[in-house]
Design a protein around this ligand. Structure first.
Ligand code: SF4
Length: 750
């Protein structure tokens, strides 16, 4: 059995795989993995459909004028791509080249090398899927804590899930074990706030089935009850927060009964929930796409955090914490410069996904002229797919780096085939655990498919072709690396102290330290710098994890341990008292007062509770996580045992009104378009609320080569622009798309 990880969600559970004739014939949890401890869900068992997909690429592709692709060799591809990107840079400036992506759920190592390519080109702007989900929460976290926060669900007394169904979307190590443990313990409670009665809601002690899109009303009422009923931890608020007066005054003005009515949750259930949260020893809270892609999403993120800050649930076991990091995810700071065309707020360095097409489809002189798209499929995953495809077609140059000929790749000028995540050294930056945080560098377990390259090598070749590397410096650093790690460290730090060299650091490491690493692990070279940074930022935590010594020794020891371990490494061991030191607000206190959101709270009462209308009487939640949904790296629909068509779920009342039953078809129309889809009647939804799963609608070649799509792509009918996106973060309302539904006849397949 070979040791690696599942790549289908942010948990990246450790797994062991038996490989026969290149196929994954047996998969089980890796008990040695320090975070997942042998746990997996059923999805991991289907990973052979990723590894041996018929859609895998095995040669660089160049698009012909007629839109078809021709295979070309790597040298030609690198030379032509570099020349095209340099031409765009020289004519329009490097800022006209947008970088998108950088990794999905498990492949972030390649993305660690992209900053060097972007620096060589002068590319300033980037985006990825986080900018259609998480940037609102990132922004709130940054203003309140100066860092991201997570919850200790393994030890909490009260677990709260808001717009999140962890039974299917996971997000916590050993998710289902933990959910069952909480549900089976009479001393612990689970609160679920969701418009759908999810599998998690079925385990909950307090299920607040809000009307779609009214989470902010529910959360505002919850916090207002904490104020009104004297349930606030006043000592905690006085000692550890700033700006409380303005926020408490705003909450005191919330019309609780009215908001309870508008969100559809009985006021006594809201009051009981608030009391359970306030009286618990510890509370951990997880918000997710259900509120992050719905009306008032950034406001709701702030209100979510108020519930646990006002009750003192931070920096203690079972509560919220700030994790250490190895490969930091984006922070929530706002760039000084907004996006060049639409002026959108750039949070964590990312242009909102909803703005990307608008930054291209315009005659504005500062529009983007080229895109580099790496391990991402924006034509399928972003709102209004047709417009995204149109935007790509209008660019001077589109480069796609991916394992498969995706919907996005088909609009590229060049497609560079990457090795799969099981054919190369790879890692994830989703490292959020506490007190032991875990990093897992995965070694290749099957040979790379001929004709493919790992992303770090692709980036290095492109930087070289662009002329971004000083060959004399490379030679000096290689010599130093061959002599000793200490000499290399001194030479590398001296060289990269010059900003223009420092920006190329990852590729420099790959080219110099990389060849000295064992087992062909050159791609891990960037981790050398990250391990040292981690040891400097968290010295006590790294020492406690077993990496001790003077000067650079802890960082070196950590790097060597990461290289050697096959099941992952505990890289930091933290103590709860240290969490306060990670609050990076100006005063070192949790900042409650975000004036923009205090104003938004004051105006919430006059906002519509739904975006439905006589023309659009239904609300579609697009992208529901189900047993047989995953991200689109599973292109082969055969991985699904059930729900092959990705049915539209609706309530029995709606089905009766439409005179349809499970298995019938309906046409669902939104302002973005229409699709015809099979129906599944369910008792989990309120009338007027329908759901479509994520990950469907990717096309896949049959043995004959003919391509067909299974199910519908939700983004064929999602919409962009006000009022369908968050005014602060620009995140789309995928969970709140006004729609119209009518029965549809479908010709039986002969
Ligand atoms: S929980 Fe996530 S990472 Fe773990 S096996 Fe399931 S899909 Fe894979």
């Amino acid at each position: 059995m070979e040791t690696t990880a599942c790549i289908l969600c942010e948990c990246n559970c450790g797994i062991e795989i038996r490989i026969e004739d290149g196929h994954f014939t047996r998969i089980r949890g890796d008990k040695q993995h320090p975070a997942s401890k042998g746990y997996t869900c059923e999805k991991a068992l289907r990973l052979d459909h990723y590894q041996n997909s018929r859609d895998r690429l095995d040669s660089p592709l160049r698009r012909r004028p007629d839109g078809s692709f021709e295979a070309i060799d790597w040298d030609t591809a690198i030379a032509e791509v570099a020349a095209r990107l340099v031409a765009v840079r020289d004519e329009h400036g490097g800022e006209s080249i947008l970088y998108y992506g950088g990794g999905g759920q498990g492949n972030h190592l390649g993305g660690a090398y992209s900053p060097a390519l972007r620096a060589a080109l002068g590319s300033r702007f980037r985006s990825n899927a986080l900018a259609q989900e998480k940037t609102g929460e990132f922004w709130v976290n940054n203003l309140m804590f100066g860092n991201p926060v997570r919850g200790d669900f393994h030890h909490t007394e009260v677990a709260v899930f808001i717009g999140k169904n962890p039974w299917q979307s996971h997000g916590i190590p050993e998710t289902r074990r933990i959910l069952k443990a909480i549900a089976n313990d009479p001393q612990r409670s689970m609160v679920v706030i969701d418009p759908r009665r999810t599998e998690t809601a079925d385990l909950a002690d307090y299920f607040l089935q809000v009307r779609p899109g009214t989470d902010a009303f529910c959360l505002a009422a919850l916090s207002a009850i904490l104020v009104e009923d004297g349930l606030i931890d006043t000592r905690f608020v006085a000692e550890h927060t700033s700006g409380a007066d303005a926020v408490l005054a705003a909450l005191a003005d919330v019309p609780i009964a009215d908001f309870a009515d508008r969100c559809g949750v009985p006021e006594d259930l809201l009051r009981a929930t608030a009391r359970r949260i306030a009286e618990a020893e510890s509370v951990a809270v997880f918000e997710d796409l259900g509120i992050q892609q719905a009306p008032h999403s950034t406001l709701a993120s702030w209100l979510e955090k108020l519930t646990w800050v006002l009750t003192g649930n931070f920096a203690k076991p079972g509560a919220q914490y700030i994790p250490t990091s190895m490969m930091p995810l984006a922070r929530g700071n706002v760039s000084k410069r907004p996006s060049p065309v639409t002026g959108a707020r750039v949070i964590g360095g990312m242009i909102p996904c909803n703005s990307v097409a608008d930054e291209i489809l315009t005659d504005h002189p500062d529009r983007f002229r080229a895109m580099i798209i790496e391990s991402a499929n924006p034509v399928h995953s972003l709102s209004n797919s047709r417009r995204m495809a149109e935007a790509l077609e209008s660019l001077d140059t589109v480069l796609v780096i991916d394992v498969a000929l995706t919907e996005t790749a088909r609009h590229a000028d060049y497609v560079l085939p990457a090795s799969s995540q099981y054919e190369k050294w790879e890692a994830t930056s989703f490292n959020f655990e506490f007190p032991d945080n875990v990093f897992h560098l995965r070694a290749p377990i099957v040979p790379a498919r001929p004709g493919t390259l790992p992303e770090p090598e692709i980036h290095a070749r492109l930087v070289r072709a662009i002329g971004g590397l000083d060959t004399a410096l490379i030679a000096d650093l290689r010599s130093a690396a061959e002599r000793s790690r200490a000499e290399f460290a001194a030479a590398f730090m001296a060289a990269t102290s010059a900003p223009e060299v420092g920006r190329l650091a990852s590729v420099l490491l790959y080219e110099t330290l990389g060849p000295t690493l064992p087992d062909g692990a050159a791609a891990a070279a960037a981790l050398w710098g990250l391990a040292h940074r981690c040891a400097l930022q968290h010295p006590a935590d790294v020492r406690r994890a077993g990496f001790d010594g003077e000067g650079l020794e802890p960082g070196e020891a950590l790097f060597e341990a990461i290289l050697a371990a096959r099941s992952g490494v505990v890289f930091t061991r933290s103590e709860w008292s240290e969490v306060w030191g990670r609050v990076k607000t100006p005063e070192g206190l949790i900042n409650l007062d975000i004036p923009e959101l205090v104003t938004a709270l004051g105006e919430l009462g006059s906002a519509p509770a739904t975006l439905t209308s006589p023309k659009w009487p239904f609300i579609l939640a697009a992208g529901e996580r189900r047993s047989f949904t995953a991200n689109t790296i599973f292109r082969d629909p055969e991985w699904r045992k059930r729900d092959r068509s990705g049915a539209l779920r609706m309530s029995a009342d709606d089905a009766r009104d439409l005179e349809v039953v499970t298995g019938d078809h309906v046409r669902i129309t939104t302002a973005g378009g229409n699709v015809t889809v099979e129906v599944e009647v369910t008792d989990t939804l309120r009338p007027g609320h329908v759901t479509l799963p994520n990950g469907h609608g990717v096309d896949y070649p049959a043995e004959s080569g003919e391509r067909t799509a299974a199910g519908v792509s939700p983004n064929d009918i999602t919409v962009t622009g006000a009022p369908f996106e968050d005014p602060i973060a620009g995140t789309p309302f995928h969970k709140h798309v006004p729609a119209m539904i009518e029965p549809a006849a479908v010709e039986p397949v002969a």
